[in-house]
Design a protein around this ligand. Structure first.
Ligand SMILES: *Cc1c(COP(=O)(O)O)cnc(C)c1O
Length: 418
């Protein structure tokens, strides 16, 4: 069963409670919970945190920044990113393409999934003005060239931007993407040569894997990209260093953003490719801190809490990937307080895989009826909600709270010149 359903990011049961332009006027989570006493999961978006992360990233990256929409396609999130200076979007499906086009008629949209349906290529090219496509095989190159050269497409003067996605050796990332996507070096050389005569612009792209905490992974990837470009012997216009930039979680305190940018800049200088531009496609690093979910405790059995959200909701990565997330108790009744203890969670579905071992640290007097705010869910969290077993209700609010964990380099108070 798939965790991701083909539904709009804001479903019919996903009420949008408030959308105020002034962040200062937004409520804070604790007082919201006090007044709403939410019975369903409450998704709390922090637009100011997202805007600040986007500003910090665009200020320190030496090129164009594309936001990877799959990480969180919520319109309120996309608007906060736009506010922070993001004007380019990395989309992987035609639904993402049309969502971004609807919200931002002037945005640049790039189709960066190496395997696309022919219909999606056509619709993106003809209707949505998408000009850049990624590929990692000769067959996909042929698909892109055929679908952008139909009689219907004849009025479009441009030639497609073609990006060859390079597979990378294992890095220190939490999630490796090179097992599924990417051409080996020899194939990439052939693809660059084959694509050049047809390309409006030609690029090399890679992805070191998501939540990669080792800045050297980019240096190694850039070196490999350089070898491939040299071996191909053709001119290119762009190197796209992908996403993978890490966020902070309770047991992960990644190096500051500047450390990653320093490696990328140094490696790029070494390649000595005048006229070539750098692109990046961050997802997680821009939005992880930008959302939390408030859940309600339905039952306590020892140190296991049965809560009203789980792995089929916003907490998928707390299950299979064993991510830990920061937690905060919001009591439903007064208490003298209690020392912290380690808890695990059971989600609301009848499925025994709906378990999150954490450990999640909470006061030991937590009980049925209390709420827990679970943080750092802006990336691959709030957008993974499914309707499995009927637990698909949630409400969405925008709040003014800071991120529950601050990642060095993305924090709002950080010097963005760094
Ligand atoms: C998922 C994805 C990204 C974003 O990755 P993060 O780890 O969230 O930064 C960027 N580019 C592509 C092609 C992706 O599939």
């Amino acid at each position: 069963m798939s965790l991701i359903q083909n539904r709009p990011p804001v479903g019919p049961l996903h009420r949008h409670i408030s959308l105020r332009p002034e962040v200062q006027a937004l409520p804070d989570v604790a007082s919201l919970v006090q007044t709403l006493r939410p019975e369903e999961p409450l998704h709390c978006i922090r637009p100011a945190v997202i805007t600040a992360a986007a500003q910090a990233f665009t200020a320190s990256f030496n090129g164009d920044v594309l936001y990877a929409v799959k990480c969180n396609p919520e319109p309120a999130v996309l608007r906060a990113l736009w506010e922070g200076g993001i004007r380019r979007f990395d989309c992987a499906s035609i639904s993402e393409v049309s969502l971004v086009r609807r919200l931002f008629p002037g945005a640049d949209i790039h189709f960066m999934h190496p395997v696309k349906s022919r219909a999606a290529i056509r619709e993106a090219w003809i209707i949505n003005g998408v000009r850049d496509f990624v590929l990692d095989s000769a067959d996909e190159l042929r698909k892109i060239l055929e679908e952008t050269n139909t009689p219907e497409a004849a009025r479009i003067e441009a030639r497609p931007g073609l990006f060859v996605r390079l597979a990378l050796p294992e890095t220190g990332a939490a999630i490796n993407l090179s097992k599924k996507f990417g051409a080996d070096a020899a194939t990439a050389v052939e693809l660059l040569r084959a694509a050049r005569p047809h390309a409006g612009k030609l690029g090399v792209a890679f992805h070191v894997g998501s939540q990669c905490t080792d800045p050297l992974a980019w240096r190694d990837a850039m070196a490999l990209a350089g070898e491939v470009i040299r071996a191909a012997g053709v001119r290119i216009e762009v190197i796209d260093v992908g996403g993978g930039f890490p966020a902070a979680y309770p047991d992960i305190d990644p190096p500051p953003l500047g450390a990653f940018m320093a490696e990328i800049d140094a490696a790029f200088d070494e390649l000595n490719l005048p006229g070539v531009k750098l692109w990046a496609e961050p997802g997680r690093a821009l939005v992880a801190g930008g959302s939390s979910v408030v859940v309600k405790v339905q039952l306590r059995k020892g140190n296991m809490l049965y809560i009203n959200d789980g792995v089929y909701g916003a907490l998928a990565d707390a299950g299979a990937l064993k991510f830990r997330f920061p937690t905060k108790l919001l009591r439903s009744r007064p208490s003298p307080g209690a020392p912290d203890a380690a808890f695990g969670f059971f989600g609301p579905s009848c499925d025994s895989l709906d378990v999150m071992h954490g450990p999640f640290i909470l006061p030991d007097d937590i009980s049925e009826g209390d709420w827990i705010e679970i943080g750092q869910l802006g990336a691959y969290g709030t957008c993974l909600r499914t309707g499995f077993n009927g637990f698909d209700r949630a409400a969405l609010v925008e709040v003014r709270d800071p991120a529950m964990l601050e990642t060095a380099g993305y924090a709002p108070q950080d010097d963005i010149e760094a």
